[in-house]
Design a protein around this ligand. Structure first.
Ligand SMILES: C[S@@+](CC[C@H](N)C(=O)[O-])C[C@H]1O[C@@H](n2cnc3c(N)ncnc32)[C@H](O)[C@@H]1O
Length: 401
């Protein structure tokens, strides 16, 4: 290690030991992964952090400013935001102004979550692993410690992050294959892989990942949209054709993969004849705050996102809008019923109501009761068992009109 603040001295090790004790007590860290987490200094991978201060504001915390404060955040059980807005200018602004507004584009995953993902994935000596989302390089370092760098390939869409991770990993003596590119395509150059781990989320499993897994190989990823999602553990069929798996009981969410269309690309649309539908609903939009139901609302409405709008009279509307311009607005409760206006090619609130009927009829299951079977282009979601298909497929990545 180079500068004094990055040294793995007794102070840094004391912070690390405390994190490892907590991860063990919380049953996130198994004896199998403990040595790798003990050996890899997390602080080496994140000399610069952004601390969330509310709204979309962050303050900078560097390794040199207040080393103990910085180490206490690095070795906290939480995730650490390490990049905003996809470049380094946010850091310079935050240092100059004391804080900055932004959207996280890279973070180091919660260590406990990293540990259980690796455990659930069944990563074992001799495995070749592809990681999607190199980020800081910390997870890649844990994998290198456990399996040896020759078994690890890691890809990130951000070439600057890849370059920095390469330097940091090399500083610890690890030289895995790091690639700059869109992780949706995986990396065929080192396939087949025994395991694939994704640390950014997508609404659907990229076909390339299943192609690049060996038969019987497994992958874990956060499948999610803007309303909900969960962690999916999939196994490629021994025949080499298709894959199957379940959503894990433990819930987690990841930063969305970059490269998808954003809200700025959406134009609300009316129905074909230039009008919109008005009706009434008994379903309270608050139900979207229930994580178990939000998972199904996401499957039913696919790329829809939630927002709120205030009327002139002070009343607040709950609204959904999809990338194809479909929208709905739900008015406040009026004696147990609410007005709903809907426009565009899909009736988003009708789809939400249908999902709610399904959810109620099946005793309000959470995501862990669902699984996915992949065959060709099909990514069919089932309840409890593949023989019990739901009406839903995993959503295709959004396309604006
Ligand atoms: C949660 S961070 C990764 C954490 C990382 N594994 C670590 O240990 O620091 C998510 C990463 O996914 C990357 N990412 C986002 N979209 C991507 C894409 N389309 N392809 C590959 N990587 C992507 C981001 O640049 C970011 O570095």
């Amino acid at each position: 290690m180079t500068s004094a603040d990055m040294t793995d001295d007794a102070t840094a090790r004391r912070f690390r030991d405390s994190l490892i004790r907590q991860m063990t007590d919380d049953r996130y860290l198994s004896p199998k992964w403990r040595p790798a987490f003990e050996r890899v200094p997390r602080h080496w991978f994140m000399p610069r952090l952004f601390l969330f201060t509310g709204g979309d504001r962050y303050t900078p915390l560097g390794s040199r400013a207040d080393r103990d404060k910085w180490l206490s955040h690095v070795y906290d059980s939480d995730m650490c935001v390490t990049q905003l807005n996809g470049d380094d200018t946010a850091w310079d602004t935050a240092i100059a102004q004391g804080s900055v507004r932004g959207l996280p584009t890279c973070s180091s995953t919660e260590p406990g979550l990293m540990a259980w993902m690796l455990d659930d994935l069944g990563v074992t000596a001799g495995h070749r692993v592809l990681e999607i989302g190199t980020g800081t390089g910390y997870n890649a370092a844990i994998l290198c410690e456990h399996l040896g760098a020759a078994s690890i390939t890691s890809i990130d869409v951000d070439a600057a992050l890849v370059a920095e991770a390469r330097t940091r990993l090399a500083g610890l003596g690890h030289c895995p294959l790091l690639v700059a590119g869109d992780g949706r395509d995986g990396y065929p150059g080192n396939a087949p892989y025994d395991r694939i781990i994704a640390t950014c989320s997508l609404p659907r499993v990229p076909a390339a990942w299943i192609e690049q897994l060996r038969p019987g190989g497994q992958m874990i990823m956060n499948v999610s949209g803007l309303l909900g999602g969960a962690m999916l553990l999939l196994r490629k069929n021994d025949s080499g054709d298709g894959a199957q798996g379940r959503f894990t009981k433990r819930w987690a969410g990841f930063l969305p993969a970059r490269g998808a269309p954003g809200v700025a690309d959406i134009t609300p649309r009316d129905t074909e004849d230039g009008r919109y539908d008005t009706g009434m609903t008994t379903l309270a939009p608050d139900v979207l705050n229930t994580p178990a139901f939000a998972f199904l609302a996401w499957l039913a409405t696919q790329d829809a996102r939630l927002y709120w709008a205030d009327l002139d009279d002070g009343r607040r509307l709950t609204c959904l809008i999809g990338l194809d311009g479909s929208w709905c607005e739900i008015y406040p409760d009026d004696g147990g019923k609410r007005q709903v206006d809907q426009g565009g090619p899909r009736r988003l609130w009708h789809l939400t109501e249908q999902a709610h009927t399904f959810w109620a009829e099946h005793q309000h299951p959470d995501w862990s009761h669902f699984g996915v079977s992949m065959q060709g282009d099909d990514q069919r979601v089932w309840l409890e068992h593949p023989a019990q298909p739901t009406p839903w497929q995993l959503p295709r990545e959004g396309q604006t009109r």
